[in-house]
Design a protein around this ligand. Sequence first.
Ligand SMILES: CC(C)(COP(=O)(O)OP(=O)(O)OC[C@H]1O[C@@H](n2cnc3c(N)ncnc32)[C@H](O)[C@@H]1OP(=O)(O)O)[C@@H](O)C(=O)NCCC(=O)NCCS
Length: 160
Amino acid sequence: MADGASMWRIARDSGSLDLNSSYAYLLFCRDFSRTCRLATVDGEPAGFVLGYRRPDRPDCLFVWQVAVDANHRGAGISSRLLDDLVTSELEPPVRTVETTITDDNAASQALFAAFARRWGAELSTSTFITAEHFPDGHDGEPLYEIGPLDLGAPRAATAR
Ligand SMILES: CC(C)(COP(=O)(O)OP(=O)(O)OC[C@H]1O[C@@H](n2cnc3c(N)ncnc32)[C@H](O)[C@@H]1OP(=O)(O)O)[C@@H](O)C(=O)NCCC(=O)NCCS
């Protein structure tokens, strides 16, 4: 449960994520803990990823949110969190990763483009949740699909 509180704090401080209720992060950490990760640096929470397997397509991992504290960005933490998710002993193995990224989020686009390259996967984008769907003036969220992942492929180390 403590991890959920840290995730909420990191999301709040990220400057760009939609902040969900603290309750949502706590609940996610209980019910989707196998597809969520919290990164620590020197014992302090520094980043997180929240994901879930799509109920009707369990080999597809949807990454809902990923964030790293500003003072730790660019050090490969998010990349390692994503890599850890797809290399853990999940059954069935993850074949496809989905996420949505607003058009103004270059860092997130770069993160997932690099992820696709590391795993020898195609990256495609399509219209998904448009601005018109949102009731609150939210920007559209195009869908990014990455797959199929070649989990056996050699890849560059992500540790920096
Ligand atoms: C997006 C975010 C999670 C990336 O985390 P990170 O730990 O800094 O990312 P990494 O260090 O693992 O970098 C991954 C790749 O993205 C690139 N990248 C990271 N930040 C970048 C930026 N600001 N601009 C361009 N490229 C960037 C890196 O160079 C790396 O590519 P490479 O492997 O080809 O060198 C982080 O910037 C963040 O927390 N942003 C605010 C929250 C957010 O927007 N989350 C995404 C939407 S849910």
